[in-house]
Design a protein around this ligand. Structure first.
Ligand SMILES: [Zn+2]
Length: 419
């Protein structure tokens, strides 16, 4: 390469980097003035002015009004132009499929949900249901497909996020070995990313929920299965090359029952929604009284974790006892993680947490009772804020994350889509 060519390529790279720095700063802050951007990004005021002018001309940002002035002219504030681009986020769980269409700021523009077809989960017919759900969500959102940056999918682990292949989810045998990223990218003609569900709930909570403003986060999902996600210094922690955060399959009872993963005594095998269903059956067969005893004896499959959670809320003592037992194991696991990672914030979510309020309190109490007392002051354990939409919002957020880190020129080459 000639020296001038090299210089040209270098300038373009620096320009692209600066553009993305400014855009990411506006994204993080919600709104910002040129002086504020310059001060925080260490770019010159002139450079920031040139970049904001360019971003305005391509409709990536818009003016929102004036900031309070400390004297002199009031500074103009900028924010992302939310309806410029969108992302689609899907969360597949054993019970339900949620799909959201997010705007550029990560706000939920449209939401679609349906029950997961239980038979489809045991074969790759689930792919057709996922495609239908995404189609329905896009149609419902009224968003033009050329404005969709990508599709993110929150899928139970373990999976290979880089190759885009689902590996062997213990409770969804039909997905094992599926190259889901490629299948979806080919079908929709839109780049698709897949990631472990708990990682994406962690990412959703980091951007839009209980972990806003924190850098180091541990998220535990207590649901039909048990998963977890780790964010270190603002980035998802994958492990090497991936697979970190399978806290649900660490052994917590060495004499415990067999887990769907093949091991024995995993946290998931003794404390998950599936484990609670199994325990309810054992106790009923031993003669325990409960509001769903007759129903269970007539048809074992009719008593799901959702029914047990309902009963617990209505005061059924067996259900409450089983949830307390689960929270005890989960709390101990959280205590172990605290000793290992010492995260800035610990978030507990998932159906068990959201559907039975005392679950979170029990878990937190046990975790706090198991750590060094001298650490207690700087341990912060909170309940997840995004509820059942956490996984879908996180999946859409993963697509936005990638967009904001990219060279924007490929999108700038598209004709400005002024609306
Ligand atoms: Zn296991």
């Amino acid at each position: 390469m000639e020296v001038n060519q090299m210089r040209g390529a270098n300038n373009r790279r620096v320009k692209s980097l600066n553009r993305s720095t400014v855009l990411q700063y506006i994204r993080k802050q919600g709104q910002a003035s040129k002086a504020d951007i310059a001060a925080q990004t260490h770019l010159s005021f002139t450079a920031v002015k040139n970049i904001t002018d360019e971003l305005l001309s391509y409709s990536f940002i818009s003016e929102v009004g004036y900031d309070e002035s400390t004297g002199g002219r009031k500074p103009l504030l900028y924010k992302l132009k939310e309806d410029r681009f969108y992302s689609v986020g899907l969360h597949l769980s054993v019970a339900r499929i949620h799909v959201v269409v997010l705007n550029l700021s990560g706000g939920v523009h449209a939401h679609y949900e349906t029950e997961t077809n239980p038979d489809a989960l045991q074969s790759n017919a689930i792919v057709d249901q996922l495609i239908d759900c995404i189609e329905d969500a896009i149609v419902k959102s009224n968003v033009d497909r050329t404005r969709i940056l990508g599709i993110g999918m929150a899928i139970p682990g373990p999976l290979d996020p880089f190759g885009g292949v689902v590996l062997s989810p213990p409770n969804m045998k039909g997905l094992a070995g599926l190259p889901l990223k490629q299948l979806m990218t080919d079908h929709f003609g839109i780049e698709t990313l897949i990631e472990k569900d708990a990682n994406l709930i962690a990412l959703g909570e980091y951007w839009h929920g209980a972990a806003r403003g924190k850098r180091n986060v541990f998220y535990l999902d207590a649901d039909v299965g048990i998963g977890s996600g780790i964010i270190i210094d603002g980035k998802l922690h994958y492990g090497s090359p991936y697979g970190a955060g399978e806290v649900g399959h660490g052994t917590i009872n060495i004499d415990g029952p067999r887990c769907n993963c093949g091991n024995y005594g995993c946290l998931e095998a003794v404390a998950s929604g599936l484990a609670i269903e199994r325990r309810a059956g054992e106790e009923i067969r031993r003669g325990a009284e409960t509001s769903y005893r007759e129903r269970y004896l007539a048809d074992e499959k009719s008593v799901s974790i959702a029914a047990i959670l309902d009963a617990a809320r209505d005061g059924d003592s067996l259900s409450q006892q089983l949830l307390t037992e689960s929270a005890r194991y989960v709390g101990i696991a959280v205590g172990n993680v605290i000793h290992l990672l010492m995260p800035e914030i610990i978030i507990i979510g998932g159906a068990l947490t959201h559907a039975y309020p005392r679950y979170f309190e029990h878990t937190k109490e046990i975790a706090m009772s198991r750590i060094f007392a001298s650490f207690a002051d700087h341990i912060h354990i909170y309940k997840a804020e995004l509820g059942v939409l956490g996984g879908a919002i996180g999946a859409g957020t993963l697509v936005l994350e990638q967009f904001f880190q990219k060279d924007l020129s490929e999108w700038m080459d598209m004709k400005p889509l002024l609306s």
